[in-house]
Design a protein around this ligand. Structure first.
Ligand code: BES
Ligand code: ZN
Ligand code: ZN
Length: 478
């Protein structure tokens, strides 16, 4: 499905936004009928008037872009099951094109379906959505600006849907090597630099934490480094992604109910690839590195064990208390690698489906933002406001830091209590941040919003692609 500029009478169906419960609007053809049908224009409400070819969606607050995105996603969800090829929507913006872009994005994100494993997929007949010159407010929007808004939304949606496609694949299909191929393919398409390292590199560079996690897997690990390096770069940013293509928990095996969905434990990795892809497509003047530790966490005779002591790339020793706290081990080495490979970085940000505790703390919809730099954390919360994703700060403190002390090694990979588990995980990662980079680092735990078990907002069931828009909005703010 794609977006186009068209004229008023073009679509077979017209999507009407009822904003601020205003039913006296020129686009509302029969307010009495809508009332009879129980449509009151509240957020997330929809009403289909089949005979009239009209679909009504409610947006209570006309200044809230996220409400437009969600309403647009609701609209497309209803329309995609109809046997129609085209629909139209009028422009709501009075100034600029921000709402148009929000609507466009909501349509494209809401339309996403993953059917790779259906033997008889039923594709929607919807081919295009026309953004009509008819405007709610009569204010004319310049065609150039309108086109730019539609193509921006299309690029952003493609990047988010790229993540969804990767994460939704089975762990048999999306392996460390196939994740590396996806990064390489992105590099080829956009003429970016991509280096992929195998086990022998991890060994020769003494990445003992990453190696230990990967050891029992039949699938070889990969360290992926993808770079967008524009000539006019104003800042240098390294993004590190957790790329567990499957997390069984290892010998500290997950119970069955918690193991399913762990194909999505590479969501951070897919997001950082997509963030580089999008930055390159938008030609952002930022040197952007995506660094990924891709592996499985499995069991077997040669699996790493609780009680093992690992030596990370920076020489720190780690007591393994729980093999299910594997993400932080892989990230520890990848954070060291990032700081070695990109010594002039301005920011270092990692994205990871790191802890169940983060989901307990904040709910399934919100990521946890951690770090030592208040302004940087604030910038991410602000970027989340812009992108329409939800993020909240989880604060470090000295008491929680003591919980990852080890009697036998420099540090333990799991805390002595479950309480504050996402923060102790963040504090563990901080041990692998060089002093000079402390203020440059942020950690974003996306365990909650990364995978959707019941559709919400602009997200259908399955991978959400969370974080692509957040990182992109943050990069644009730099
Ligand atoms: N991948 C999981 C975290 C996770 C949980 C992601 C739920 C998405 C949804 C991570 O590797 C993990 O298992 N963490 C443990 C850490 C604990 C053993 C200290 C957890 O959260 O229980
Ligand atoms: Zn785990
Ligand atoms: Zn994990």
């Amino acid at each position: 499905m794609f977006l186009e500029i068209g004229n008023e009478s073009a679509g077979e169906f017209h999507i009407v936004f009822v904003v601020g419960k205003n039913f006296t609007h020129k686009f509302v053809s029969d307010a009495a009928l809508l009332e009879k049908l129980g449509f009151d224009g509240s957020d997330e409400s929809v009403c289909l008037l089949g005979e009239k070819g009209e679909l009504y969606v409610g947006v209570e607050d006309g200044t809230d872009h996220e409400s437009f995105r969600i309403a647009a996603a609701k609209a497309i969800n209803t329309l995609k099951s109809l046997k129609i090829k085209t629909a139209s929507v009028a422009i709501y913006d009075q100034l600029g094109t921000a709402i148009t872009e929000a609507i466009a994005l909501g349509l494209l994100l809401g339309a996403y379906e993953f059917t790779q494993y259906k033997s008889k997929p039923k594709p929607s007949s919807l081919e295009k959505i026309l953004f009509t010159a008819a405007n709610y407010h009569g204010a004319a929007i310049e065609t150039g600006a309108l086109k730019a808004a539609l193509s921006k939304a299309t690029l952003v949606a493609d990047a988010v849907n790229f993540v969804r496609d990767l994460v939704n694949q089975t762990p048999e299909d999306l392996t460390p090597t196939s994740l590396a191929s996806a990064a390489q393919q992105t590099a080829n398409d956009l003429k970016l630099e991509c280096n992929i390292y195998d086990e022998s590199y991890l060994k020769s560079h003494e990445m003992g934490a990453f190696l230990a996690v990967s050891r029992a897997s039949a699938k070889p690990p990969r360290l992926i480094h993808l770079t967008h390096k524009p000539a006019n770069a104003r800042k240098t940013v390294a993004l590190v992604g957790k790329g567990l293509t499957y997390d069984s928990g290892g010998l500290s095996l997950k119970p069955a109910d918690y193991m399913s969905t762990m194909k999505a434990d590479m969501g951070g990795a897919a997001t950082v690839i997509a963030a580089v892809k999008l930055a390159a497509e938008l030609a952002l003047p930022i040197e952007l590195h995506a660094i990924i530790g891709a592996t499985e966490n499995m069991i077997g005779g040669n699996a790493y064990k609780p009680d093992d002591v690992l030596i990370a790339k920076n020489g720190k020793t780690i007591e393994v208390k729980n093999t299910d706290a594997e993400g932080r081990l892989v990230l520890a080495d990848c954070l060291c690698f990032a700081q070695d490979k990109v010594p002039h970085l301005d920011y270092l940000v990692d994205l990871a489906t790191l802890t169940g505790a983060c989901v307990v703390a904040l709910g399934e919809y919100t990521s946890g933002v951690m770090g030592f730099n208040g302004e940087l954390k604030q910038a991410f919360l602000q970027a989340a406001n812009v992108s329409g994703e939800l993020a909240a700060e989880l604060p470090f403190n000295r008491h929680l830091k003591k919980l990852i002390k080890s009697e036998v090694a420099d540090i333990a990979n799991a805390a002595s209590t479950r309480y504050g588990g996402s923060i102790t995980a963040g504090l563990f990662l901080s041990e692998f941040i060089e002093d000079k980079n402390r203020e440059k680092w942020a950690h974003i735990d996306i365990a909650g919003p990364g995978y959707v078990e019941k559709a919400w907002g602009v997200n259908p069931f399955g991978a959400s692609g969370y974080g692509v828009r957040l990182v992109s909005a943050w990069l644009e703010s730099l």
